[in-house]
Design a protein around this ligand. Structure first.
Ligand code: GAL
Length: 423
């Protein structure tokens, strides 16, 4: 299986060359509700509407968490599944295992998906070798987002290392702004943790512990250091974090009330939706010490096989999501890299171009690795256990050593062989 071909033969057809289907209304579920996310969903809706597919959407906030998935489960259980639903990571495997998803092999072969999507993303889009989901982007989670005015005012530049990061945070705190903005969701804390852990232990450590789920005794000191660092970071957060979500934390950076936020590239889409421009209004840096890694979260659409529609509509829906042109337009709005590595990058903003460059470089080095927080690294039960441990630790209910012991127990109690994924 090769995913290294950089240039593809598939070319987006001009609109005039596409025969629209007889207008079809299809029901789609997703969680894109923040301003940046809404701008993104509109790109897909419009693109598909031009091809005769009208979306009737059902939304539920939740960033791929169980809050959202419960709503999808209810729909499926009631016998009225949506035609398609946004999903990420191992959730797709769960649905496939239950036999609920449409097989997309024919359209994937036709459009040569295997050639243009990084292998690690493909592993989540396929179940026992068969395509069951369409990846539409590759968000990076190892990113810092900073207010440019504060950055200049405090005379700060990109932090390369952990001490650099602490120095920046100290300066921000001394200046009376929130140093590190964050919201109160367990996945947000875990996203910060995966960055700290990847920066502390490096690529092979991250792979062994969080992807292969085979930590060794030699990993203990690195895990301990990761939790120590999380404790350090807690001192730079404000009490308001208990009452806000990720996009409200982004607003604090945007308004200059906070210096930075550690978040996925969807923050780029959020800033864009508010008219902000990289380098002028904000900066995007790699999380310190994670150079060379692309921790990814790929938004995907899975199609339910029991939804009453035609093969033609299903295939038109899936194939247009994979169009080079759709992925270009869409990901300028989302702030992510496209899921395909062959989309021209020239029209993306600087942070988007950086994401594309990083994805391609990491793809060649096999350091595209799933985000723990967003469920792209390991099965839901492991992810949920990590959420609980990381949140309890951050909220002062677990010591560093207790957190390490619990984390290792949660990871090793799960047998990787029970998942359908082959790495
Ligand atoms: C993620 C999703 C991103 C973004 C984020 C915040 O799960 O993949 O596209 O929407 O949630 O809601």
């Amino acid at each position: 299986m090769s995913s290294l071909r950089i240039f593809s033969l598939s070319i987006a057809l001009p609109l005039s060359a596409i025969a629209p289907l007889a207008a079809a209304a299809v029901n789609v579920m997703h969680w894109w509700v923040s301003p940046g996310e809404q701008a993104s969903i509109q790109v897909i809706q419009q693109y598909q509407a031009e091809r005769g597919i009208d979306w009737v959407t059902t939304t539920r906030k939740g960033s791929g968490t169980s809050n959202y998935m419960d709503a999808v489960r209810q729909r499926v259980a009631s016998g009225a599944p949506p035609m398609a639903a946004q999903a990420i990571g191992y959730d797709i495997q769960d649905w496939a295992m239950q036999g609920k998803l449409a097989n997309l092999d024919a359209i994937a072969a036709d459009q040569e998906w295997e050639e243009v999507i990084p292998a690690e993303i493909q592993a989540l889009s396929r179940y026992r070798g068969h395509w069951v989901a369409v990846p539409i982007n590759a968000h990076a989670t190892n990113r810092l987002w900073l207010n440019q005015q504060l950055l200049s005012h405090l005379e700060l530049s990109a932090p390369d290392t952990w001490p650099d990061l602490l120095q920046m945070l100290d300066k921000a705190r001394a200046a009376g702004v929130i140093a590190l903005a964050i919201g109160n969701e367990p996945w947000e804390y875990t996203l910060l943790f995966e960055n700290v852990a990847a920066g502390t232990g490096g690529a092979e450590f991250y792979r062994r512990v969080f992807l292969d789920l085979t930590p060794t005794a030699a990993d203990d000191p690195l895990l301990l250091q990761s939790f120590e660092r999380m404790r350090q970071l807690r001192s730079y957060m404000d009490a308001g974090r208990h009452n806000r979500s990720w996009d409200e934390a982004t607003d604090l950076v945007r308004n200059g009330q906070a210096l930075m936020q550690a978040q996925g590239t969807w923050v780029n889409g959020e800033f864009r939706a508010h008219g902000l421009i990289p380098e002028q209004d904000y900066a995007c840096f790699r999380f310190p010490d994670t150079q060379g890694l692309f921790l990814f979260n790929s938004d995907q659409y899975m199609l339910f096989k029991d939804y009453p529609t035609t093969l033609e509509i299903r295939e038109a829906f899936a194939s247009s999501l994979m169009d080079v042109e759709l992925q270009r337009q869409l990901n300028i709005a989302t702030g992510a890299a496209p899921a395909r590595v062959d989309v021209p990058s020239a029209t993306f903003d600087l942070c988007g171009q950086q994401a594309i460059k990083d994805l391609r470089a990491s793809n060649m080095r096999r350091t595209v690795m799933g985000s723990v927080a967003m469920g792209n690294a390991n099965p839901g039960q492991v992810k949920e256990a990590i959420y609980t441990i990381v949140s309890s630790h951050l909220n002062g209910q677990l010591s560093d050593a207790e957190a390490v012991a619990q984390l290792k127990a949660a990871i090793t109690s799960f047998s990787p062989s029970s998942s359908g994924i082959s790495r």
